[in-house]
Design a protein around this ligand. Structure first.
Ligand code: GP9
Ligand code: MN
Length: 418
């Protein structure tokens, strides 16, 4: 039976934060365009290399968007697929392996499933073979209507580099797919060019590499810059096709691009030693929400990929009160600043905890562990509860209620968790 779900259900509902009235339904009925920015870390935003902007387009775009500057990726070994898992489910991925491979047979109450019930057509677009990361199987479990994969694109030697199709060509060829989709749609575009080892032809270099002598770090910047250009062109095309004004556009970095193996070159670029504190802060990725007609705003709230689903649902005017979401709506006035990374590190408004050390965010120096103690148990509990759901396939006891009888559950009694 589903008795194991009771404690978890109570915990989740005790942590539920009601939406901000001004934001709830602000993007109701709009198309949703999610863009997964491969390996894009937040430190490139508003930053230069060799005197040139790394992300000139994004730097402009955030001026007319909600830009979250303290947003962390929470992925593990499943990399891109883990980020997709977090964003569509508001559940944590696993500490080992990729949940896309290990638990694709589970029941989920994923965003596509919920949005389909609300009249949306749902699709993922990614010019790679459909079975990579077991996506074809997992997307079915999430309820996607359509996966535009390798065979839906004209991929040639000329329009490929590194891992496959170049982002500019990918977006250009995706326009025709978007045009043929029923509206409103929920779509996820997964970019690829800014993938390790960051290969790029001369003709696609808008800026020169960095000069640390570390190939990975040096070549990262031109491929980030290329992706920035690809997104710029895509947005222009959306405007030309009349899709821009009817769409909410959400950009997020999927996970880090520069691993800790490159701390030396990174410290040269950053001008500071990459301590465990700095390394954890480097796990911030851009999170940008563009809603037509809204002015830009920089938001400093501590947040993570786990928060995307409830945030998006509320913007679309969809109630999440009965969902098993581990994240919270980032626009909620009651949102608690607390984000747990998959390795158990966590970040609060004032403190950062990693490798059993509590850091003061203002100084970046270790501080009295008492400051972090109140959160240690909560961090463990979050990850454990989420793991339990996945290992026990517990949403199979829940799915039908959330998806088809949510109105009758409106007044479901909620038992206090603590
Ligand atoms: C592959 C792409 C990259 O399809 O999503 O995957 P990653 O190695 O970043 O997980
Ligand atoms: Mn990736």
């Amino acid at each position: 039976d589903g008795s194991e779900l009771v404690d978890i259900d109570n915990y989740i509902h005790a942590n539920y934060k009601k939406p901000n009235n001004d934001m709830f339904g602000l993007a109701k009925g709009k198309n949703v365009i999610l863009i997964s920015m491969e390996s894009t870390q937040n430190f490139v935003i508003n930053e230069k290399v060799n005197g040139q902007e790394i992300t000139p387009f994004l730097n402009d775009f955030i001026k007319e968007s909600f830009y979250f500057e303290n947003f962390y990726h929470q992925t593990g070994q499943g990399k891109t697929s883990d980020s997709e898992f977090l964003i569509d489910n508001s559940l944590y991925p696993l500490s080992r392996g990729a949940v896309f491979f290990t638990h694709s047979g589970n029941e989920y109450t994923a965003a596509p499933d919920i949005l389909k019930d609300n009249g949306y057509f749902t699709a993922t677009l990614h010019a790679n073979s459909k079975s990579f990361w077991n996506r074809d199987i997992m997307y079915d479990a999430f309820g996607y209507d359509r996966f535009y994969s390798l065979t839906d694109y004209d991929v040639t030697d000329e329009n490929s580099v590194g891992w496959g199709m170049k982002d500019i060509d990918f977006f250009e060829q995706s326009i025709k797919h978007l045009k043929e989709m029923p509206k409103p749609f929920y779509t996820k575009f997964i970019t690829l060019t800014n993938h390790h080892p960051f290969e790029l032809g001369e003709e696609d270099r808008f800026i020169e590499p960095y000069t640390s002598g570390n190939k990975t770090v040096d070549n990262y910047f031109p491929t980030v810059r290329y992706m920035d250009e690809a997104i710029k062109k895509f947005i222009e095309r959306l405007k030309e096709e009349g899709l821009y004004e009817d769409s909410i556009i959400i950009l997020y970095g999927d996970h880090y691009g520069i691993s800790q193996n490159h701390n030396k070159a990174m410290s040269e670029f950053l001008g500071e030693e990459v301590t465990p504190f700095v390394s954890t802060q480097l796990q911030r990725v851009p999170f940008i929400v563009h809603i037509p007609g809204q002015e830009g705003k920089v938001i400093s709230t501590v947040a993570g990929q786990i928060d995307v689903k409830p945030t998006l649902m509320h913007l679309l005017g969809i109630n999440t009160k009965n969902n098993i979401d581990f994240g919270t709506d980032l626009f909620s006035d009651d949102k608690i600043e607390f984000t747990v990374l998959r390795d158990g590190s966590f970040i609060t408004k004032d403190y950062l905890y990693t490798r059993e050390t509590c850091y003061d965010k203002k100084t970046g120096e270790p501080t009295d562990s008492k400051a972090c103690e109140p959160y240690i148990e909560k961090a463990t509990k979050e990850l454990e509860y989420s793991d339990k759901i996945i290992y026990g396939d517990l949403l199979r006891f829940y799915e039908n209620d959330v998806l088809h009888h949510s109105s009758s559950l409106e007044d479901k009694p909620v038992i206090d968790a603590e």
